[in-house]
Write a protein that binds this ligand. Structure first.
Ligand SMILES: *[C@@H]1O[C@H](CO)[C@@H](O)[C@H](O)[C@H]1NC(C)=O
Ligand SMILES: *[C@@H]1O[C@H](CO)[C@@H](O)[C@H](O)[C@H]1NC(C)=O
Length: 303
């Protein structure tokens, strides 16, 4: 079993209930840009393909762009594991700015790691403007642990786990293993801050980049969905921008308790005060939701 197949099993969104007839019209509806999770691709008919179809049934005429990172589905899937995330983000920025349909702005929905990558797009690439960002099971403070593994491929997980535990912050691993680029080790905070090429940068761990702060605050809403029985993301608090307190690996802190928020290094405190942050929770394991839940809780942000 290849790692791609392995992770695919873990990270595709699963919609549990069949669809209803369409309603509404797309007049005045902003386009939607989606970024898939690790092991998934833009166009998998069982995951993002199905979600795109479902949204288009509910909002007829809506333009939905499911991002492909690379020239085909195989490259797209592979790049979700092995391509420098900063390069992926630049690639997406040029895709978006070159797309005439997005000129007037767009909403964005990221699944799992696709959520923090889209946040980087919001922070780095203000044109065309992203209006609402919906993070579905994203890891905004990274992860400190490897997702569960199916037994038969556990040796592959062991290899990745070993790379993360021993060499996550080496330049080579940072550049070539996507998971390392949002690996956040609370016991080695200095290493994380110094060597994390992606997450520490977008989370303003080294310097406060005023451009990031200004751009993120241009969002009208930033919606974060947490899965209450998530067995893939560790710690699950990261889905709401919380994380382990620095220097230990047990106690959590919420976004509101963090230095990032207290010093408002990213503008999140200001956004919170302005009512722009939305924290949603749902029953279910990673990326598993019902159509009823999706329609009731996420669709309203897209109409
Ligand atoms: C919807 O948009 C079309 C074309 O832009 C326009 O002709 C039509 O009148 C609009 N309908 C409503 C209900 O606004
Ligand atoms: C801040 O972010 C902008 C946009 O990505 C970038 O061009 C600039 O170099 C960054 N500045 C610093 C100090 O990192």
């Amino acid at each position: 079993m290849t790692p791609v197949v392995l992770w695919f099993l873990l990270v595709v969104p699963v919609v549990l209930v069949a669809s209803r007839p369409a309603q509404g019209s797309a007049n005045g509806t902003l386009p939607l840009v989606m970024w898939h999770g690790m092991g998934d691709s833009c166009c998998n008919p069982l995951s993002l393909g199905a979600i795109k179809k479902m949204i288009q049934q509910e909002i007829p005429g809506i333009y939905v762009l499911s991002l492909m990172i690379g020239n085909n589905v195989v490259e797209d899937t592979k790049n979700g594991f092995f391509m420098d995330v900063n390069d992926q983000v630049s690639m997406v920025c040029s895709q978006l700015s070159g797309n005439p349909q997005l000129k007037g702005g767009y909403n964005a929905m990221g699944f799992s790691q696709g959520a923090q990558f889209l946040r980087a797009v919001a922070q780095r690439c203000p044109s065309p403007p992203m209006k609402t960002l919906i993070s579905v099971g994203g890891q905004h403070q990274g992860v400190y642990g490897l997702p569960r593994c199916p037994g038969e491929a556990s040796h592959i997980c062991d290899m990745i786990r070993k790379a993360l535990n021993t060499e996550a912050y080496s330049d080579l691993v940072q550049k070539h293993l996507v998971q390392a680029q949002y690996w956040h080790d609370p016991l080695n905070d200095d290493l994380y801050k110094k060597h994390s090429l992606f997450l520490a940068d977008i989370n303003q761990e080294r310097v406060v980049n005023e451009t990031y702060k200004k751009n993120l605050q241009m969002l009208e809403k930033f919606v974060m969905v947490k899965f209450l029985q998530d067995s893939v993301v560790d710690p699950v608090d990261s889905e709401w921008f919380g994380f382990l307190k620095t220097g230990q690996a047990k106690e959590m802190e919420t976004l509101q308790e963090s230095v990032l928020y207290k010093e408002d290094r990213l503008g999140l405190a200001a956004m919170d005060k302005a009512g722009k942050l939305v924290f949603l929770a749902t029953q279910g394991d990673h990326l598993q939701f019902t159509k009823e839940w999706f329609d009731a809780n996420l669709l309203p942000y897209l109409r």
